[in-house]
Ligand binder design. Sequence first.
Ligand SMILES: [Zn+2]
Ligand SMILES: [Zn+2]
Ligand SMILES: [Zn+2]
Ligand SMILES: [Zn+2]
Length: 329
Amino acid sequence: MVRHRRGVQCAPVNDPEEAVRRPITLLIVSLLALCASFAQAQDNPGQYAIPIPERWERPVVTDEDGLQQWADLEEYSKKQENRDRLRCPTCKGTGKQACPFCWRMEHHEECPECHTGHDADEDDKVTKCRTCAGEGTIPDILQKAPCPGCAGAGITRCHVCGGEGSYTTAAANGRRSKCPVCRGPGSFPCGVCKGDKLVEPPKMKPSVGEAELEDLKEAQEELVQIAAKVATIASEGDARKDSKKWSDALKKGAKLFPPMRPLLKDLEDNTKDLGKGSIFTQYKEMVTNHTNERKAAVEYYIKHQQRLLELCIARAEHNAKVRGDDGGK
Ligand SMILES: [Zn+2]
Ligand SMILES: [Zn+2]
Ligand SMILES: [Zn+2]
Ligand SMILES: [Zn+2]
């Protein structure tokens, strides 16, 4: 059986007051859709909270000229209430989370994310937080973005074995064979973040936070176009065709958004790997699961980068207005 992830599902914040109070609101990501029907989000490592990208914030301070400057986060964090604001909502500051990768896997010898076997105690199946990469605080949106390759897992799932590393068939009578595609680990190293979980921000001069308003708006427009193309990607269960769709959607953006180049290469490599699973009857489903899982990670990254540009544009517009007003006097 092949399990797959589903993208963003719902926001668990029920109390509107709470949503206002907290700068980062949460989103539950459902990783193992097949299991979602009989497990509560809270008890289910397959679902975990991540910040809603549209509500991501970045503190600013107003200088003596009335201009907004990005706050120094170290300085900002000296106040307890600000520290609370920056605390990672996924791990609540601990830097760790219940392993979402091996949840409900039953045969793996060693999970590639938390490095425990299927027979390990549930409490030991703990891994570095995918949202903050183990730091306990929300990564600075000006500096870091969630990896569009792996969504913070540091690895991508092998969809031929579903991450188990082995498989069985009816004819094998329960006897398991090593997965011919990943050859055991159940995953592939993420070729985008190389295990760092986070990636670099857009390449802009002098930096995305200090870029000219015009350049920011251009970048925003480009991202809108990329998002529209990615939204149309629907797998037909043909790895080669899916690979072509990715290339059409992402190629142009690679100059401004550096992670897109290694992302395309990673998707291409994975397509080749998946091709080795074409002997299986569920091959089409495997390809579709792979594409859907990858699409969820890419879309989350895009939304995050859209929010980043939105924040940078708001600040640049504010400052242009202040400078304009001053100049007019
Ligand atoms: Zn965290
Ligand atoms: Zn695990
Ligand atoms: Zn495999
Ligand atoms: Zn990655």
